[in-house]
Design a protein around this ligand. Structure first.
Ligand code: 3DU
Length: 255
């Protein structure tokens, strides 16, 4: 099954388009895995996937705590995404991606700035061989994203001026990515990308809540899934917070 089909299936089962960003922190490193497992179990019925980034990977270790977390996610029927933002030359990208897939991740996030030949081509080949997914950054959610993703450049395929993110969105379709990431803080960009890629490619939108993005506006603009971190796990009651965001999302676009 393709990753895009797997997450769609889980979204229907769980009735949720929310991907939990599990970016927990604690001064006591030994508590981190338990805290992560507790949070995941608390919100399990309101999320369709969990996303981990290096913030958790560094203290927990890939084949240590992170693999335990991924196994627990799978036991709860929750796919796991590694937010690797892969951005190196091909052979190290491939080796890094293999570790993430071997640890059980169902999909990884990569940066299209690195290009295809000698960049992401080996990672796409590996992901197909191992039946895993790749999500491509297309427009990030922070203010400075305009400097790279939002810059005007010459599109080499047409010789005409375009925004960098428009070129990345077209590459995501050409490269057969499983999804693309567009920040919730600029819903108009989500709408632009949706027009460019059509209906088939899922758009994952981070930045809802603490970063200022709005769940309904993002979904109305064309987002498929919402990536939410601090608004869930930093709230007093993560379970209620996840349920609330899930309900708001479902009122806009039923999962
Ligand atoms: O702001 P939040 O706490 O909801 O976390 C957002 C998550 O999404 C966090 O894990 C971050 O690494 C990730 N992310 C972005 O915030 C923006 C992007 O463009 C891509 C990923």
């Amino acid at each position: 099954m393709l990753f895009s089909e797997l997450i769609e299936k889980r979204a229907h089962e769980k009735c949720s388009r929310i991907v939990l960003a599990l970016d927990l922190e604690t001064r006591q490193r030994r508590m981190l895995l338990n805290k992560s497992l507790r949070t995941l179990r608390a919100v399990k019925d309101y999320i369709c996937a969990v996303k981990v980034n290096r913030q958790l990977l560094l203290p927990l270790g890939l084949y240590g705590g992170v693999q335990t977390l991924v196994s627990e996610a799978h036991r709860l029927r929750i796919p796991a995404i590694m937010d690797a933002k892969l951005n190196d030359v091909g052979h190290t990208n491939e080796a890094i991606a293999r570790h993430y897939f071997n640890a059980g991740f169902d999909a990884i996030i990569a940066s299209p700035f690195v290009g295809w030949k000698g960049g992401l081509e080996p990672v796409f080949n590996l992901s197909r061989k191992m039946s895993r997914g790749i999500l491509l950054l297309t427009y990030m959610s922070h203010e400075g994203a305009t400097e790279g993703y939002g810059q005007r450049v010459i599109d080499p395929s047409t010789g005409k001026e375009a925004y960098q993110f428009e070129i990345f969105a077209k590459k995501a379709v050409d490269w057969n990515a499983d999804g693309i990431i567009v920040g919730a803080t600029q819903p108009e960009r989500i709408a632009d990308v949706r027009r460019l890629v059509g209906e088939r490619l899922p758009i994952y939108s981070p930045g809802v809540g603490v970063q200022g993005g709005d769940a309904s506006r993002s979904l109305n603009a064309g987002a498929t899934y919402l990536i939410v971190g601090r608004s869930v796990f930093s709230s007093r009651n993560p379970k209620c917070a996840a349920e609330e965001i899930r309900n708001v999302a479902n009122q806009t676009l039923p999962a």
